[in-house]
Every structure is written in C-alpha cells, then in structure tokens.
Design a protein around this ligand. Structure first.
Ligand code: FES
Length: 166
C-alpha cells in the first residue's frame, strides 16, 4: 500500500491558485496583507491549509462587490480566533456590506447623471460642472440654498461665500 504523504490536506501556492481561480501574485499579495497565511516547508516553500480555499473565495467575493481589502481584513480579524468564515459569517457580513454597496451604487448613479451633463460640454466650470467640483462645495447653490459658514471653497479661482456670521 502506498504511503500517504504527511499533510496531504495542504496546498501549494500553485494548487491554491488553480483551485481558487486567484493568480499566484494575488495570493502572495493577500498573504503580505495578512488575509491568508501559510507555513513554510524545510525547503522554504509555502503550504496552505485547505480552509484557505474558502478564505480566498470569501476575499474574492467581497472584492467583486468593491469591498476594500482593509475592510475585508477587519472582518476576517473580527471572527473568533480569526477562523475561516462560515456560511453564517458570510451571510451576516454580506448583509452588512449590502447597505454600503447600495450607497456606492447611488453615488455612481449620481456621477453618471452628472457625466451625462458633461458630454459634449467641456466647460469644467467650478460653478456649474458638478464633476469639476468633486466635493460638491457648491452643491447647495444648485438646489438654491446657501453655503454654510465654514464651508469656504478652496482654490485660487474659487468664489468666496458671503460674509455671514462665524
Ligand atoms: S464639463 Fe460642462 S457641465 Fe461638466
């Protein structure tokens, strides 16, 4: 009977890449950021436990919806003993991230609408082009309300707000 190698449940980086669909460079990057970990063999090769596959699936799924790596790392670190996320963990975290995603979609929709105004225009006016004024300092003007005291626009060409009380 052939001898079963020790730690057969571990994966090389190549095998992990193949199984997870992530590039080897991405796996190295995740590891450098503390999202996954490996042990080194006596020959200094990386070996990953099998549950790293699920961890990588979790990271990639979160990244696909635009969750920043720092947030993903925080979520993983927040699990008891930094365990690999369970089905329940993913269900709970994805629910929490949904609100964030909804907000981002809303922001993107607003940007798309503003971009539509820019198409064929080219003015990049600080007064009327919302995209040239990304902090939306003058956004109130568009809705007819006043700039608030302390909301002074920056920049040499920026108009000054009124002399309101401090
Ligand atoms: S470039 Fe003119 S409105 Fe944006």
């Amino acid at each position: 009977m052939p001898q079963i190698p020790e730690k057969i449940h571990e994966l090389t980086v190549g095998r992990l890449a193949e199984r997870s669909g992530a590039a080897v460079s991405a796996l190295h990057f995740y590891e450098s950021k503390g999202l996954i970990s490996s042990r080194r063999t006596p020959g200094n090769q990386r070996r990953y436990s099998r549950d790293t596959l699920r961890r990588v699936a979790f990271i990639r799924a979160a990244q696909r919806v635009g969750i920043p790596l720092a947030t993903i790392r925080g979520a993983l670190a927040g699990l008891p003993q930094e365990r690999t996320p369970t089905r329940e963990d993913w269900a709970r975290l994805s629910e929490a991230w949904r609100a964030e995603l909804d907000e981002r979609i809303e922001q993107l929709n607003r940007l798309r609408d503003h971009l539509t105004d820019c198409i064929g225009c080219g003015c990049l006016s600080l007064d009327s082009c919302v995209l040239s004024n990304p902090d939306d300092v003058f956004g109130d003007r568009l809705t007819g309300s006043r700039l608030l005291a302390g909301d002074r626009p920056a920049g040499p060409g920026a108009p000054q707000a009124g002399t309101g009380t401090a």
